[in-house]
Design a protein around this ligand. Sequence first.
Ligand SMILES: [Zn+2]
Length: 267
Amino acid sequence: MYLLYLDDSGSAANANEDYLVLGGVAVYEAQANWFTQELDKLAETVDAANPHAVEFHASEIFSRRVEPWKHMTRPEAQGIILGVLDVLRRSYQSAAAFACAIHKPSYPNRDPVELAFEDLCSRFDMYLNRLRATGDRQRGILILDESAHETTLQRMAREFRTLGTRWGIIRNMAETPLFVNSGASRLVQLADHIAYAVFRRYNACDTKYLDVIASKFDSADGIIHGLAHKQVGNLECMCIACLSRRAAQGRGDLRTPPGISPQDESP
Ligand SMILES: [Zn+2]
């Protein structure tokens, strides 16, 4: 079974931000423990006496307003975020990152969370289908932070059976999405950092964090399937997702992932 841990970054309602990102990591069930151990080791460098009390939450670390990040210098705090992401970079080859960045002004009539969730589910499904084609018949499950303040995400998880059937992705799913406490799950904390890395890239043109994990996004045949930049209007976007998509279109070997209607695609 493949577990896809997901978290959001940015807010659908905040008009000061152009982007909403949903992102995370798919790991094989037997690999989850390695991630927990590595992130526990990193937590020990923050608080050796009580590492389990250290919760990695990227935006909190970045802003340094609360303990234990409050007394860190900016490079120290940013080093922690990079350290969390580095665990993914040096992890298993089969551990794959996924993220969808929605440029909110491009879709004024759509709920960005809904758009991102549908897109990510389709990409995860495509990933499982590709494994299946090689004889690795695995099912998948989505695991979300229970404190996800986005009510849309909670509603979509509740209606997952209906939505999943409509999107044609239900065959590969073992269960409806599960919600876990991020404080108790290092992998949800890693998902938070992946979403944050992608958010910083698109919302603030800060590539520092995404650069660490860029090679970990699900890809095959030279196409980065795991990262989507959904925007309308910028035909020359030079981000790795748009570049990869344009290169594949030039070769004529890109198929629109299932579940994404043509009107949602960049022209
Ligand atoms: Zn782009």
